[in-house]
Design a protein. Structure first.
Length: 485
């Protein structure tokens, strides 16, 4: 032992050099063999080779998908059979009930999603927190059986406390309540709302909070899903977190905008399955029982719409939303309407958008005029010329920041939920979206986006080129690291 310590003391620079070299080579090999995006692979390999210490540490923290390659992945795999639990629902013949043109999207969804397309669903858009929060609170206060609520952000502010109090009150009535918050999102406000929920004896869990027993953050593996299911009968989902910034306040600034959705019908059981899967993965408590899946609760609604839940994430559902979006763009024949707060499509999506425009499809993309994430906005702006040059119409919305994620194709097919059109949502986060067949919702989205366009300013090659050179250079440099934003 003494000779070893003497050896290390004498040759420690060489020991450190060997360890760091082996570490950087090992990390580079891991990145080259596991990354599916070439830019991400090149970026990580360059980082760990040119910065052997800091680069390797950063790669271990943010670059390794532990859900697929670690004990966490084994724990998540144990929960996977729940995703194959399919509530008894009616199949949908899209060619008959909607349009033969939409049949390829049903086939694609059947092959990439865990869930079947279901008939008889009601989808009600809720425009802004002033519509969504009262509707959600009303459902919570009328609950008689069970409440499952999951959110990326659940702030400890006036809106968050109102939700917490409604949950605590429901529990006092004998309602079973489970709350799942992303462990990073729970820290957006201090003190966290979990303190209030735990004091009210609400079963609360944090998603991906140090499952390995190591003090490493899972910054790239977040649950971005927003789910609220009441009595197995009513569900809410979309892009809206629980925070006061989306609700009006007396004498306060105009709130940020977002669109949420109230659902009834068989798709509610699919959303409950997604929540139960995440809850079991996080807590090991199974919710596969009639308390959470009441027989007949998620029943067929006459004159309802065909709807399917699409759960995506970096486990075994990688790239599902990406494929759904590219498939829809390839199918489009007349018009595509997209609204996204963080618009960073990859090259496959850019190609699908531009080819659609060149085929004569009218493609409108609405992005915020003022973004809450400046680096993302810089990267977004840097690649807009690729779209505008090929005929895609890009609009900068005016007014408060708009967090909505909406897509409609040919006025007949819609895709809404938590996913942004950026690498983080497409490859890193756990997301939940719904695809909806039918004109009712698609036309609402088209009209909603038309209102945005009416007050927006267009981005053109001229407006993009008019920016100062240093601004354009900054944007392009930030764009180079867009896979990591």
């Amino acid at each position: 032992m003494q000779s070893l310590s003497e050896f290390v003391a004498e040759y420690w620079p060489h020991v450190v050099l060997v360890i760091t070299t082996l570490g950087s080579i090992g990390a580079a090999i891991h990145a080259a063999m596991t990354k599916q995006d070439v830019r991400a692979a090149i970026g990580w390999v360059a980082l760990v080779l040119f910065s052997p210490v800091a680069g390797v540490v950063f790669y271990l923290v943010a670059g390794v998908n532990r859900v697929r390659y670690s004990k966490v992945g084994q724990l998540r795999a144990l929960s996977d059979p729940l995703m194959h639990h399919r509530p008894v629902v009616s199949d949908v013949d899209v060619a008959v009930t909607s349009s033969p043109r939409l049949l390829p999207m049903k086939v694609l969804g059947d092959r990439v999603s865990q869930f079947a397309l279901t008939a008889g669903n009601v989808v009600q858009p809720l425009d802004g927190g002033d519509e969504a929060y009262p509707a959600m609170l009303e459902a919570l206060r009328s609950a008689t059986r069970c409440i499952a609520l999951g959110s990326y952000i659940f702030d400890n502010d006036r809106v968050g406390r109102e939700f917490a109090d409604a949950l605590i009150e429901a529990r006092s009535r004998g309602v079973e309540v489970r709350v799942l918050i992303d462990s990073i999102g729970a820290k957006y406000s201090r003190p966290s709302i979990t303190w209030r929920l735990n004091r009210g004896r609400i079963r609360t869990a944090l998603f991906m909070s140090n499952k390995l027993g190591l003090r490493l953050p899972y910054a790239n593996l977040r649950s971005h899903r927003k789910i609220c299911i009441v009595d197995g009968h009513i569900a809410f989902t979309g892009g809206m977190n629980i925070r006061a910034g989306f609700a009006s306040a007396p004498d306060g600034p105009k709130p940020a905008r977002d669109v949420h959705f109230r659902l009834e019908g068989p798709v509610v059981a699919q959303l409950m399955t997604v929540f139960a899967h995440d809850w079991e993965f996080t807590t090991h408590e199974s919710l596969r029982n009639e308390t959470w899946f009441p027989p007949g609760a998620a029943a067929f609604v006459a004159d309802g719409l065909p709807v399917r839940a699409v759960a995506s994430g970096p486990d075994r559902n990688l790239g599902i939303s990406h494929d759904m979006i590219v498939g829809a763009l390839s199918m489009a024949q007349e018009r595509v309407c997209i609204q996204s707060p963080y618009f960073l499509p990859d090259q496959a999506q850019i190609s699908a958008l531009t080819i659609a425009a060149q085929r004569g499809v009218r493609v409108d993309v609405v992005i915020p005029g003022t973004n809450n994430l400046r680096l993302v906005d810089y990267a977004m702006t840097a690649q807009l010329d690729q779209l505008v040059a090929k005929g895609v119409r890009v609009w900068r919305a005016t007014g408060p920041f708009d967090h909505s994620k909406l897509m409609a194709v040919d006025g007949m097919w819609s895709y809404v939920g938590s996913s942004n059109l950026d690498p983080r949502s497409m490859r890193l986060n756990f997301e939940l979206d719904i695809e909806v067949f039918g004109r009712r919702l698609a036309q609402w989205i088209v009209e909603h986006i038309e209102v945005k366009i009416a007050g927006a300013r267009p981005e053109t090659l001229q407006t993009l080129a008019a920016r100062p050179f240093l601004v354009r250079l900054r944007n392009r440099l930030i764009w180079l690291v867009s896979p990591y934003l």
